[in-house]
Design a protein around this ligand. Structure first.
Ligand code: XMP
Ligand code: MG
Length: 224
C-alpha cells in the first residue's frame, strides 16, 4: 500500500488573461511551418544524415532545451540507422541584460573527453541565430573533448542575425528574422509543445513594454 501525504495546495499561478484567447493556438499571428511541412523536412534530413554517417558511429547531441522535439523526431528519421549511433544532451544558455547579449554562452554538461574523443558528433539545434551558441558548443567538443568531427543539424537558420560566420551542415528551413515559437521553441518557457512553428500576436508581449521578444539578453534561463 502506498501512502500519500496530504499537502496544502499553493494558489495556482494566475494565467495572464489575453482578452478571450484561451489556448496557445489563439496567440499565433501566423503559422510559418505547419506540422506536416516540418515532418516531411525532418524525414528528408534524417535520410540524408543516415547516408552521410554510415560506418561512422555518430554521437547525436541535442542542445537543450529548444531542440527536444526536433531531436526526438530527427533521431527516429535517421534510417537506416548507422551502427554505434548514440545520443546525449548538452544545455546552453546565453547571458545578457536589457536587450543586448553579452555574447557569453554557458554550457551545462556531464560530457567528458572519454565520451567524445574520436567520435563524429552531430549537434542538433532548434535554431541558429547569431551562432554564438553553436560556435561555443562546437569549440568545446573539438578543443576540450577531442571530437573527430562536429557538424550541426538545425531546424531553423535565422542567418540575417549572424554575429559569427557559421554554416550548418543540415538546415530544415531558412527562417525570416522574426521571433518564432513552437516545436520546442519558447517565449518565457511557454509554447514549446505546439507541433508547428509560428509567430506570436503582439498583444502577447506588449504588456511587457517590448516591441518584440528578443532571444538575446533575456537572462540565464531565457535562451535555451
Ligand atoms: P544564437 O544566437 O546563439 O542563438 O545562435 C541560439 C539560441 O537562441 C534562441 N533563439 C530563439 N528562441 N525563438 C526562440 O524561441 C527565436 O526566434 C529564437 N532565436 C534564437 C534559441 O534557444 C537558440 O538555441
Ligand atoms: Mg536552442
Amino acid at each position: 500500500m502506498v501512502s500519500v501525504a496530504t499537502v496544502q495546495a499553493s494558489p495556482a499561478k494566475e494565467v495572464a488573461s489575453c482578452s478571450g484567447r484561451r489556448t496557445y493556438h489563439d496567440d499565433m499571428a501566423k503559422v510559418l511551418y505547419t506540422e506536416s511541412v516540418i515532418q516531411a523536412r525532418v524525414s528528408e534530413l534524417g535520410r540524408q544524415i543516415a547516408q552521410d554517417y554510415q560506418g561512422k558511429a555518430p554521437l547525436i547531441l541535442g542542445v537543450l532545451k529548444g531542440s527536444f522535439m526536433f531531436f526526438s523526431d530527427l533521431v527516429r528519421a535517421i534510417e537506416p540507422c548507422p551502427r554505434g549511433l548514440t545520443l546525449d544532451f548538452i544545455r546552453a544558455s546565453s547571458y545578457g541584460s536589457g536587450t543586448e547579449s553579452t555574447g557569453e554562452v554557458k554550457l551545462k554538461t556531464d560530457l567528458r573527453r572519454e565520451k567524445v574523443e574520436g567520435r563524429h558528433v552531430l549537434l542538433v539545434e532548434d535554431i541558429v541565430d547569431t551562432a554564438l551558441t553553436i560556435t561555443t558548443v562546437s569549440r568545446f567538443l573539438l578543443e576540450e573533448c577531442g571530437a573527430a568531427s562536429v557538424a550541426t543539424a538545425t531546424l531553423l537558420d535565422k542567418h540575417e542575425r549572424r554575429k559569427l560566420s557559421y554554416r550548418p551542415e543540415y538546415t530544415g528551413f531558412v527562417c525570416p528574422n522574426e521571433f518564432v515559437v513552437g516545436y520546442g521553441l519558447d517565449f518565457d518557457e511557454e509554447y514549446r509543445t505546439l507541433p508547428y512553428i509560428g509567430v506570436l500576436k503582439p498583444e502577447c508581449y506588449s504588456h511587457l513594454g517590448i516591441e518584440a521578444p528578443e532571444p538575446d539578453g533575456s537572462g540565464e534561463s531565457g535562451d535555451e
